[in-house]
Design a protein. Structure first.
Length: 255
């Protein structure tokens, strides 16, 4: 009998999930992780409607994804996610992705429970998962604060974006995966031709609401790029650390 704290699903990646070099888009992976988390929460009795009935909702605070290889587009991917328990106000969840028995990526994310109306964060004890907590055997991931990677730069943003229709989700704020698309768009075409994402961590600092304008900034140091978004009132909307590599290979499928 499968453990309640574990959810598995097999899926195929579609052409839109790949970039111009046949790499699994980071934003697509984040969308898959989000959908798996939503489905698992529903099965545990803590889905969107159940949480709304309690006048609560889930908010994603931090997430880190690590690629070990790239998937072969001709073969299905197995996704596995677990609730790992709580740490302070955070509910921790991990994900793993496999193809032909080989792990291609893994992640750790930290969620909070917030008040439905005010979006004020509630204590971790607001939800009790009982014996549902499990944990994947993945390398240690530290969901650290990223401000230490920021260095002095001029105050000219790389570009500005406005949260519009395609950015928003059912909570009337910018969807988690759309932040990743904004981050990837900061880097020019030639940059992506020369390197691949090895890992990415994003910390969500403040909700981005409809029609809000966000100024995007970027620092590059070696194989690391620190990207952050700032609201007009000076508050930070998010921060993201991307680690790049030139050695990420596509997993060779088995016929």
């Amino acid at each position: 009998m499968p453990m309640k704290g574990t959810y598995k699903t097999e899926f195929r990646l579609m052409p839109a999930d790949f970039d111009f070099l046949n790499r699994w888009r980071v934003s697509s992976c984040f969308r898959v992780m989000q959908d798996m988390a939503v489905e698992h929460a529903y099965k545990l009795g803590f889905g969107f409607e159940a949480m709304r009935g309690r006048k609560m909702l889930w908010l994603l605070c931090r997430s880190k994804l690590v690629y070990e290889s790239l998937p072969d587009k001709h073969f299905p991917v197995l996704g596995i996610t677990h609730w790992r328990g709580t740490k302070g106000i955070f509910f921790l969840r991990d994900h793993e992705f496999y193809q032909n028995g080989n792990r291609i990526a893994y992640s750790l994310s930290a969620w909070v429970v917030a008040d439905w109306e005010t979006h004020r964060v509630l204590r971790g004890t607001a939800i009790d998962f009982g014996d549902c907590c499990q944990a994947a055997d993945i390398p240690e991931i530290a969901l650290e604060k990223l401000e230490k990677y920021k260095r002095a730069v001029d105050e000219t943003p790389v570009f500005e974006r406005v949260a519009r229709y395609s950015d928003l989700d059912i909570n009337h704020h910018m969807n988690n995966a759309r932040y990743i698309e904004w981050v990837m768009d900061i880097f020019p075409y030639d940059w992506h031709l020369d390197r691949s994402v090895a890992s990415v961590q994003i910390n969500y600092s403040a909700e981005v609401l409809p029609e809000e304008k966000i100024k995007l900034y970027r620092n590059d140091t070696g194989q690391l790029s620190y990207v952050w978004g700032q609201k007009d009132d000076g508050r930070q909307a998010f921060e993201c650390l991307v680690e790049w590599t030139k050695n990420l290979k596509t997993l060779q499928g088995e016929s």
